[in-house]
Design a protein around this ligand. Structure first.
Ligand SMILES: Nc1ncnc2c1ncn2[C@@H]1O[C@H](COP(=O)(O)OP(=O)(O)O)[C@@H](O)[C@H]1O
Ligand SMILES: [Mg+2]
Length: 197
């Protein structure tokens, strides 16, 4: 492919300082992802897939985590960005769907409030438009009766349904790159939603 990669990871090393010493969780990972491309990372449990994914967004506590190498996204090295600039990348350019949907859903707010908040954070829309968009995103991930679901809380939904809500949330900012960390049962709808975005 002749175009420039959207994401280029070069020799990524992620190490954690722990009470038991230094953990080399990722040790020299390189990969490229081009626009419109889907890339899968395969490996045994504990080999560093999740740490690679979360390092791309610099989600670890940087007082105990050290990153080396380069993570080039849209021409800039994410490892060199300030925390403030990194926050903008997380919210607008790159989204992540975690394996455990409960870790990203707030138990005290309805599904609708959480998706609508994500939408209004990134787009200048009225609350009516945000609501319509939330309904559309839920419908897109295969949730039936989305209007009704907007009024439910995370604990009222099944695991598969929560994963769909997570995908809707991850897509709400229309990211250029979507990272999915083993969203197992919902993987097929991730792909459907991705081709739509
Ligand atoms: N926050 C952390 N602190 C210390 N070690 C960690 C941390 N997160 C993950 N690890 C270790 O890093 C290695 C890679 O983990 P992970 O990326 O979660 O593997 P997987 O490929 O199964 O997703 C494992 O040995 C894990 O124990
Ligand atoms: Mg993992």
């Amino acid at each position: 492919m002749s175009r420039a990669p959207l994401l280029e990871v070069k020799n990524l090393v992620t190490t954690f300082a722990t009470d038991d010493g230094t953990v080399h969780a990722v040790d020299g990972v390189s990969l490229q992802i081009y626009p419109e491309e889907t890339v899968g990372i395969v490996g045994e449990s504990g080999c560093g897939k999740s740490v690679t994914a979360e390092s791309i967004l610099r989600l670890f506590d940087e007082t105990t985590t050290r990153y080396d190498g380069e993570i080039r996204f849209a021409g800039q090295d994410l490892l060199q960005l300030s925390e403030e600039k990194m926050r903008a990348v997380r919210g607008n350019d790159i989204s992540i769907i975690f394996q455990d949907p409960m870790s990203s859903l707030n138990p005290v707010y309805t599904i609708g409030d959480q998706i609508m908040e994500a939408i209004t954070l990134h787009q200048q829309v009225s609350s009516r438009q945000a609501r319509d968009r939330a309904v559309e995103l839920l419908r897109l991930t295969g949730i039936s009766d989305p209007e009704k679901r907007l009024r439910t809380y995370p604990h009222e939904l099944s695991g598969g349904m929560r994963q769909r809500v997570m995908i809707a949330l991850a897509l709400s900012c229309e990211p250029q790159l979507l990272i999915a960390d083993e969203p197992t049962t919902a993987l097929d709808v991730t792909i459907q939603a991705r081709s739509w975005s």
